[in-house]
Design a binder for this molecule. Structure first.
Ligand SMILES: [Zn+2]
Length: 170
């Protein structure tokens, strides 16, 4: 799935347009798969956004980890509640956003020298992620803005969760 008007980050990392594969220069630093984040990354291959969930606290956890940060150690419990994975809706709200006006100074080659937006977004499931907002002008991103997940494919088939402005739902 791609956005109607992909942002700069998507253009640089890959392109889904048929017959247009000559400029597949990978310039984004690709995140490693951590000890606890395997299921998260596997799901991104199918365009599914997973949030780790503590079944005792009944709340989401991000980033993935071995023990719930909220109840581990509470009352002498050394491992916290049992953890599971929940599929997120992909809907989120921008908590805060900044525009990187000089991506080359930040080493962000994927932006091709074009300003881009770095944001913290709050998923409906109650966890906060750092991401890029694409599909609109970076300066138009504001806190409180409704966004929805979209994906940028990485070189190994995993996908990076980015967000774009949500379409109005009636
Ligand atoms: Zn917990």
């Amino acid at each position: 799935m791609t956005t109607a008007r992909p942002g700069h980050t998507e253009q640089a990392g890959h392109t889904e347009q048929a017959g247009h594969t000559e400029q597949r220069v990978r310039t984004r630093l690709e995140p490693p798969v951590g000890a606890e984040s395997g299921p998260y990354w596997d799901a991104t291959r199918e365009g599914r956004l997973l949030v780790q969930w503590c079944l005792r606290c009944d709340r989401g956890i991000f980033y993935p980890r071995a023990f719930c940060p909220y109840c581990t150690g509470v009352g002498g419990d050394e491992v916290g509640g049992p953890l599971a994975w929940h599929e997120a809706s992909g809907r989120a709200t921008v908590h805060a956003a900044v525009v990187e006006h000089r991506p080359e100074a930040a080493g962000a080659l994927f932006a091709n020298g074009t300003p881009y937006c770095v944001a913290l977004v709050d998923l409906e499931e109650g966890v906060r992620m750092m991401t890029n907002i694409v599909g609109c002008r970076p300066e138009d991103v504001h806190s409180g803005m409704a966004v929805t997940v979209c994906w940028e494919r990485l070189s190994d088939g995993r996908q990076l969760a980015l967000f774009r402005p949500a379409e109005e739902e009636t």
